[in-house]
Design a protein around this ligand. Structure first.
Ligand code: PBG
Length: 308
């Protein structure tokens, strides 16, 4: 009667990895229970999630080809666009979110376009990347996505995507910004799943320093100003202090991403018999909600929903 926080399946968003082909279900080695799924299998998974009360999925694409400028990211026949259409067709009330980023689509694995500076060093080129991200978001919106979620961390992308959506008649498509995204070692297993490990360097020039908390508030407020409808903090567990501060600073719906490494840690410990999986999953999701999350993106979505 006096419990303050309760996690329900309604709070959860299940991340799904979409690959080309038919009847494909490739296990992801570092994420037991997670698979790369072809579009037909994604629809079946969405139906199952819906039936246990999980109302939303977020889609990540694994394209057949990659290039330097991420062209496959805005292919209307690509895995994400096709999966959005198929889910909206088969499970119409499901809230379909799409991850908007270039790292899965560039051959170098960075989240933006590259440029060489006058000293011969290669950098991610912020401003020209915005146009490609906007084209990707439009592609997802055309397919019927309810929510687009940019995770690239380029400056100004929320405004650029919002303008593009509004300009093309997609004012109703919501924008969930990965506003506060740290340069984290906890994304390791995801990069296996999505094939998006950078071929050189790392993402510290565009993702945030784990040591910074005030910067999180600046990032969040900038995205509110640029037109975000919802914000995200990522990863979740090591950043609950940040989540709580962002919760206090903004009144938009707030999401937290319980990322691949957080999933893998629990799975590995449970497989060894060192942790009671169901118990720590419940505790983890409750802690994330208690800290201030309205929505939780988690690979545990289906298992948790089934367990209650
Ligand atoms: C794409 C993206 C990443 C994740 C979500 N979107 C990886 C990254 O930034 O390297 C990580 C999700 C996870 O670890 O579960 N930029």
């Amino acid at each position: 009667m006096v419990r303050e926080t309760e996690v329900t399946p309604r709070d959860l968003v299940a991340p799904l990895f979409v690959i080309h082909g038919r009847d494909v279900r490739n296990p992801v080695g570092s994420m037991p229970g997670v698979f790369q799924l072809s579009v037909d299998r994604v629809v079946a998974e969405a139906r199952e999630l819906w039936s246990v009360g999980v109302p939303s999925v977020i889609l990540f694409g694994i394209p057949e080809t990659k290039d330097a400028v991420g062209t496959p990211a805005f292919d209307d026949g690509g895995p994400v666009a096709r999966a959005v259409r198929a889910i909206k067709d088969g499970v119409p009330d499901m809230v379909v979110m799409t991850d908007v980023c270039l790292c899965e689509y560039t051959d170098h694995g960075h989240c933006g376009l590259l440029v060489k500076d006058r000293h011969g060093h290669t950098h991610v080129d912020n401003d020209p990347t915005l146009d490609v991200l906007a084209r990707e978001a439009l592609c997802h919106a055309r397919a019927g996505a309810d929510v687009v979620a940019p995770s690239d961390m380029m400056d100004g992308r929320v405004g650029a995507i919002r303008r593009a959506l509004d300009g093309e008649g997609f004012a109703d498509v919501a924008l969930l910004s990965y506003a506060v995204k740290y340069a984290s070692g906890f994304y390791g297993p995801f990069r296996d799943a999505a094939g998006s490990t950078p071929s050189f360097g790392d993402r510290r020039a565009y993702q945030m320093d784990p040591a910074n908390q005030r910067e999180a508030i600046r990032e969040a407020l900038l995205d509110v100003e640029e037109g975000a409808d919802m914000l995200m903090v990522k990863p979740a567990l090591p950043y609950l202090d940040v989540l709580a501060r962002v919760r206090d600073a903004v009144d938009l719906p707030l999401a937290a991403y319980n990322v691949s490494g957080e999933y893998a840690m629990i799975k590995a410990a449970a497989a060894n018999g060192w942790l009671d999986e169901a118990r720590v999953v419940r505790e983890t999701l409750t802690a994330i909600k208690r800290a201030g999350a309205d929505l939780i993106l988690t690979y545990f979505a289906k298992d948790f929903a089934r367990s209650i």
